[in-house]
Design a protein. Structure first.
Length: 357
C-alpha cells in the first residue's frame, strides 16, 4: 500500500474583506520590472471589484472568457501573449470561478514549461514549477482553489495537468466576492461540492482524512441549501468553507459516478461541470440513494431548474464517444463501485443511463 503524499496550497487567508490584503500579500512576490498579471472572470468587467485590484507599475488585467470551459489552446495563447509582451512575469493571479482559477494555474505553469499545455494533460508530466500563482474564488464549490489539477479540454482529451507544481502558492478566500452570483449558477457550483462529498463519503477509497473534511463540507452544504430559507452572508461564508473542505476530502479520495458520467457529457456536448453533475445526479438513485433524495429536495427547495432530455436525438456514434470517455475514468469508477466495477457498470448499463439524461 502506497499512501498519497500530496502537495497543498502554500498560504491561505480567509475572511470577509480579506481581498483588501492582496496588495500586501503580493508585495514580496514582485520581481523588478516584471508585472503581476490578474486573470479576471469576464463577468467582472466594468464592476467595482476591478478598481480594488492592486495594480502597480506594468501590471496587467486580462479578462478571461469563460463562456466555454478552459481549452489548452486558450492557455497556450495567454501564456504566449505574456511571454511576447514581458518575457516573464512575477505572477499570475486568478480571480473568478473554477474556470478562471484553472486557467490561472495552467498559464502560470506554461510560463516555465516548453511546448503546449496539451503535452502535460495527465499525471505528473509537468517538469518545472510555474511562476508564482494565487487563486481568488468568486464562486464556491469546485474546490479548484485547493486541488492539484487544472481541468483542460485539449485536442484529444479533457484531462487536467495533475502535478505537485499545480496547487496555488496562495489563496484568498473572501466570501464577499461570491455575493452577486446568480442563484442557479451558485446552486450548480455549490452542488459540485455537495456531490464531491457524497462521492467521497460513499466511495471505497474513503479514509478518516477524507471523511473528516467530507462530513464537515456536507454539513455546511446542508446548512446552506437545506436549512436556510433565504440566501444571506452566512451562506456565502459557509459555502466557501464547504468548497475548501470538499476539495480537501477528494484530495485524499476520489470522485465517483456523477463525475464519471458528466465528463462524457462535457466532452461531447460541452455541458459545464456544475450543471452537468446536477443533470447526472438527478438519475443516480441506484448508486447514492440518500444523496440523490436530498439532492432532489434541495433542487425543489431552492427553486432550481435542472435540464432534462439533453441526450435526445444523439447518434449511435455520439453515445459511443460519451461511453468511451466515461469508461476511461477508471479511478472514479473503482472508487465508486470497487475493484470489480466493470462487472457492475457495463457499457449497456451506462448507455441506458445516458439515455435517461
Ligand atoms: P465557472 O468558473 O465556469 O463560471 C461559471 C459562470 O459564472 C461564468 O459565466 C462566470 O462568468 C460566472 N461567475 C463567476 N463568478 C461570478 C460571480 N461572483 N457573480 C456572477 N457570476 C459569476 O464556474 P465554476 O462552476 O466555478 O467552475 C467550473 C470549472 O471548474 C470547470 O471548467 C471545471 O472543469 C473546473 N473544475 C476544476 C476543478 C479542479 O480541481 N481544478 C474541480 C472542479 C471543477
Ligand atoms: Zn467536481
Amino acid at each position: 500500500m502506497k499512501f498519497r503524499n500530496f502537495k497543498m496550497v502554500g498560504y491561505v487567508v480567509y475572511g470577509r474583506g480579506s481581498f483588501n490584503q492582496l496588495d500586501e500579500i503580493l508585495a514580496p512576490q514582485r520581481k523588478e520590472g516584471k508585472p503581476m498579471v490578474f486573470l479576471v472572470d469576464h463577468f467582472f468587467e466594468g464592476k467595482v471589484l476591478i478598481s480594488r485590484i492592486p495594480v502597480r507599475g506594468k501590471d496587467k488585467i486580462i479578462f478571461a472568457d469563460v463562456t466555454y470551459e478552459p481549452k489548452t489552446t486558450y492557455v497556450d495563447k495567454l501564456a504566449q501573449q505574456l511571454k511576447d509582451e514581458f518575457g516573464t512575469v512575477s505572477g499570475v493571479i486568478g480571480i473568478g470561478g473554477g474556470s478562471t482559477m484553472d486557467l490561472a494555474k495552467a498559464v502560470s505553469l506554461m510560463m516555465n514549461n516548453p511546448g503546449s499545455s496539451a503535452d502535460y494533460q495527465g499525471w505528473d508530466l509537468v517538469k518545472h514549477p510555474g511562476v508564482y500563482k494565487a487563486g481568488i474564488p468568486t464562486l464556491s464549490g469546485t474546490g479548484a482553489e485547493v486541488s492539484r489539477t487544472t481541468v483542460l479540454t485539449g485536442p484529444t482529451k479533457k484531462l487536467g495537468m495533475n502535478s505537485d507544481f499545480t496547487p496555488f502558492d496562495q489563496i484568498v478566500l473572501d466570501p464577499e466576492l461570491t455575493k452577486d452570483a446568480p442563484a442557479n449558477q451558485r446552486f450548480y457550483t455549490g452542488m459540485d461540492c455537495y456531490i464531491h462529498c457524497i462521492e467521497s463519503l460513499e466511495g471505497t477509497y474513503l479514509n478518516e482524512f477524507s471523511k473528516s473534511y467530507g462530513e464537515k463540507a456536507l454539513q455546511l452544504c446542508r446548512d446552506v441549501f437545506v436549512n436556510k430559507d433565504s440566501w444571506d452572508d452566512d451562506c456565502d461564508d459557509k459555502l466557501m468553507m464547504a468548497s475548501y473542505a470538499g476539495g480537501m476530502s477528494i484530495a485524499y479520495s476520489q470522485v465517483g459516478v456523477a463525475h464519471a458520467v458528466s465528463y462524457g457529457l462535457s466532452y461531447l456536448l460541452g455541458t459545464k461541470h456544475g450543471i452537468g453533475n446536477c443533470i447526472v445526479m438527478n438519475h443516480l438513485q441506484e448508486y447514492y440513494p440518500a444523496g440523490v433524495k436530498e439532492f432532489k429536495y434541495m433542487v425543489e427547495k431552492n427553486n432550481i431548474d435542472i435540464p432534462t432530455g439533453i441526450c435526445k436525438g444523439l447518434s449511435e456514434e455520439d453515445f459511443e464517444k460519451m461511453i468511451n470517455v466515461s469508461m476511461g475514468m477508471k479511478p472514479l469508477w473503482e472508487n465508486a463501485l470497487g475493484k470489480d466495477w466493470e462487472k457492475i457498470m457495463t457499457r449497456k448499463k451506462l448507455r441506458e443511463l445516458y439515455e435517461k439524461l
